[in-house]
Design a protein around this ligand. Structure first.
Ligand code: G6P
Length: 745
């Protein structure tokens, strides 16, 4: 209504002005008509009485007056007078106004004789009582006798003007009302058609005149949503806040996570006792606290020797053990499936493909077939676990590149957020994979694909551009296939804050003393720590070589500094991992042989699985932690070390090839391949004064506290919520294969 008034008000004002102008023109025209009419009337009246007037002109004025009286019988002629050619009054009727003189009337005679013959008219008499007088010349036998002046009653003129003006205004008013109504209806109809067209364009159904506008609208929506998400993300994030965000934005909908690695592994030991293991996995470290906060279901491979014993009839169990907060749904794999899908395609193919760590990827067709089949098994398990037809599903990592599309086929309205925990290499390198199109198509089944860094996002988009039929919306960082849109977003992962497990870990002085005692080191020995799965991407050999180089270049640390490497055996069925194990053992022996004394050795290799509490004790005991990954999506060891050091001491030496190096620039950032640089950084860390340690550690702790894993999950889930809101808004629900279209850019 308000919008329509914008048309109607100017229209009515315009018509009003037109009416005023029309009124002025009409008044002038009517006046001319009336004057013409009066002069005609005067001439007719005088013409009819001409002979009588001429005959009595020079005689008795009473007779002339009587002739003039006859003329004034016309009701519109109020009075008459006879003026001679010199301007003197010869006779006048009684009602002829006294203030009107013959001199005045004759003086108004037009100079042109021909014109004067037709008569003239003027407003005469004193100011205030002026009347309209028509003057008609009178001739007899060629002689000009003078003129007869007739005073007209012009009140009728005013009355007529009044009536006409009234009609005119009325007509304009009716016209204005009709025009306004028509304009209103036309504007409404046009607006409705315009909105319908725009809507259809936004939905991607038509690409007409709105095509350029749609881009702008999407960009604006993207900006607004980013601003809104910035606001929504501000402040400290905790488990409670994440839970609350989920409740408010996703109406408490439960989250289903699909990840190969399970957060709790049940093993039966040789002694027959049942043990619960917490696997060494960055993915588990990050996601387990999120699931505790959100509840829902975690679908994973049941890999423990006692896993089957501990599930119910539906292969589920509540975890964490003893205080269940969410469900773990285990999926069983045959040895062949595990070999092909997990060891083969995932870890001999995709893992080396995505990490620039100089290991040649192996792609075997049989592995691929298992990978496809197992992805389908897990996708089906996920679909069994959802409790709505528009669930929120978080697909994790390179084990499940195909699952998003498979889930989408069964649940077209699902919100699927896929997070790739490892690096995504450049398009050329991805091109090595014989099934690159299938992998990309699988991932594009997601509503959102997340990586740790923007660079990985760009690489992914480049690969889609190079190998897929699609349109890339670079500004919105989205891939568009038909009406479907997949957002590509960086979500740098993190750890919980505060770390719950630290409650069970002794304080720094106690941890320092106990670890040194355990390792047989002097109480004042300097200690460095490295904590990893035994994986060739972690740069463990380079790390040990850097310690070797440090002792060579900085002899003062010989006999005083020990580096302890906690290495969790990993993927040991793969030859490369076994070879790495052998090489690391040999290197430790070699370096120790070079520098060790009877009382001291520089390297200690603890090749075993360590539970999180033990790991945190080592973080707290050490002077420095060296993370030397050759390529790493994020690396949460770096962040865990920072979290453990509530004494604000200890130095982090960090590879520049980790995602963490972007988040923690206060670490001593090194190139792990550059042994001299790394060796000097280790020495600098040991020599760093407490104040500098505190300053660096404080900055890093502040960052990790703020950008913790609850915020990471919050960002993804708020994006999912935003996506769902917009999908509802655009009326997309119900449109299969459309989820994500028209969203965020
Ligand atoms: C990396 C991967 C995770 C994986 C972890 C441990 O962090 O991104 O998906 O869980 O390594 O590897 P594993 O093969 O033992 O699960």
């Amino acid at each position: 209504m308000r919008g329509s008034m914008r048309f109607v008000v100017p229209l009515v004002l315009g018509l009003g002005l037109l009416a005023l102008a029309g009124d002025a023109v009409l008044t002038r025209t009517m006046r001319r008509w009336f004057e013409h009419d009066l002069s005609l009337r005067s001439r007719l009246a005088v013409g009819a009485a001409r002979q009588t007037l001429a005959a009595r002109w020079r005689g008795d004025p009473t007779a002339l007056t009587s002739a003039l009286d006859d003329i004034t019988r016309d009701e519109r002629i109020m009075g008459a007078a006879a003026c001679d050619a010199t301007g003197a009054l010869r006779a006048a009727t009684e009602a002829f106004p006294a203030g009107v003189t013959c001199a005045e009337l004759m003086a108004a005679r037009p100079g042109d004789d021909a014109e004067a013959e037709g008569g003239w008219a003027l407003d005469a008499g004193p100011a205030g009582g002026r009347v309209r007088v028509g003057v008609v010349p009178l001739r007899a036998g060629g002689e000009a006798l003078g003129a007869v002046a007739l005073v007209h009653d012009v009140r009728f003129m005013a009355r007529r003007e009044e009536t006409t003006r009234g009609g005119l205004v009325g007509a304009f008013f009716v016209l204005a009302a009709c025009a306004a109504a028509v304009t209103l209806l036309a504007a409404r109809a046009a607006r409705a058609a315009w909105i319908a067209d725009l809507r259809r364009s936004l939905k991607g159904e038509v690409h007409g005149e709105f095509a350029p506008l749609v881009g702008d609208v999407r960009a604006l929506a993207e900006t607004l949503s980013q601003e809104r998400s910035h606001e929504a993300l501000a402040g400290a994030w905790s488990a409670d806040r994440l839970r609350e965000a989920l409740r408010q934005n996703l109406f408490g909908e439960r989250v289903v996570i699909l990840a190969n690695r399970e957060p709790y592994i049940h093993e039966r030991g040789d002694d027959g006792a049942l043990r619960v293991l917490h696997p060494a996995s960055g993915l588990v470290t990050a996601l387990e606290p999120v699931m505790r906060a959100c509840s829902g279901v975690w679908v994973a491979h049941g890999s423990g020797s006692a896993d089957r014993e501990t599930v119910d009839a539906h292969d589920r169990l509540g975890v964490p053990p003893g205080a269940p907060a969410y469900q773990l749904r285990r999926v069983w794999l045959s040895p062949d499936e595990e070999q092909g899908y997990y060891y083969g395609f995932s870890n001999e193919g995709l893992w080396p493909l995505c990490h620039v760590a100089h290991a040649r990827p192996e792609f075997r067709a049989e592995d691929w077939e298992h990978y496809v089949a197992v992805n389908r098994r897990f996708a089906d398990a996920v679909c069994d676990e959802v409790d709505a037809d528009d669930p929120i599903i978080l697909v994790q990592d390179y084990h499940f590149a195909l699952a998003p599309r498979m889930i989408r086929e069964r649940l077209p309205r699902a919100t699927i957020i896929t997070f790739w925990h490892i690096p995504w290499p450049n398009a050329e390198r991805i091109g090595i994979c014989p099934w690159r199109e299938e992998l990309l198509a699988g991932l594009l089944g997601s509503s959102v694909v997340g990586f740790h860094t923007r660079q990985h996002c760009n690489h992914f988009i480049d690969a889609v551009d190079a190998y897929m039929e699609s349109r890339i919306d670079r500004e919105a960082q989205a891939v568009v296939q038909g009406a479907r849109r997949t957002l590509v977003r960086p979500y740098p992962i993190s750890i919980e804050w505060p770390v719950r497990r630290l409650d069970a870990v002794p304080a720094v002085p106690v941890a320092r003393a106990s670890v040194r005692a355990e390792l047989g080191l002097a109480p004042d020995a300097l200690l460095g720590v490295g904590i990893d799965r035994l994986d060739y991407t972690k740069g463990i050999e380079e790390r040990l070589a850097a310690v070797d180089e440090m002792l060579r270049r900085h002899p003062s640390y010989r006999g005083r500094f020990t580096f302890v490497q906690l290495a969790a055996p990993s993927r040991t069925k793969i030859p490369r991992y076994r070879e790495l194990n052998d090489r690391v053992e040999a290197l430790v022996a070699e370096v120790n042989a070079r520098w060790a004394t009877d009382a001291w050795k520089p390297l200690v290799l603890l090749r075993a699985h360590h539970e999180p509490e033990a790991v945190f004790r080592y973080y707290r005991a050490a002077e420095l932690c060296y993370v030397s990954s050759l390529h790493d999506g994020m690396n949460l060891v770096a962040k865990e070390f920072v979290a453990a050091r509530d004494d604000e001491r200890g130095v982090l030496v960090l590879s520049q090839f980790t995602g963490a190096a972007r988040d923690l620039p206060e670490a001593l950032v090194v190139n792990p391949y550059d042994l001299r640089q790394a060796a000097d950084a280790l020495a600098a860390a040991l020599a760093m004064v407490p104040d500098e340690q505190r300053e660096r550690m404080r900055a890093m702790r502040r960052f990790v506290a703020e950008f913790n894993v609850y915020r990471w999950a919050g960002r993804m889930l708020l994006d999912a919520a935003e996506l769902r809101r917009r999908e509802r808004l655009l009326g997309r629900f119900g449109g299969a294969d459309r989820a994500g279209a028209g969203l965020r850019g």
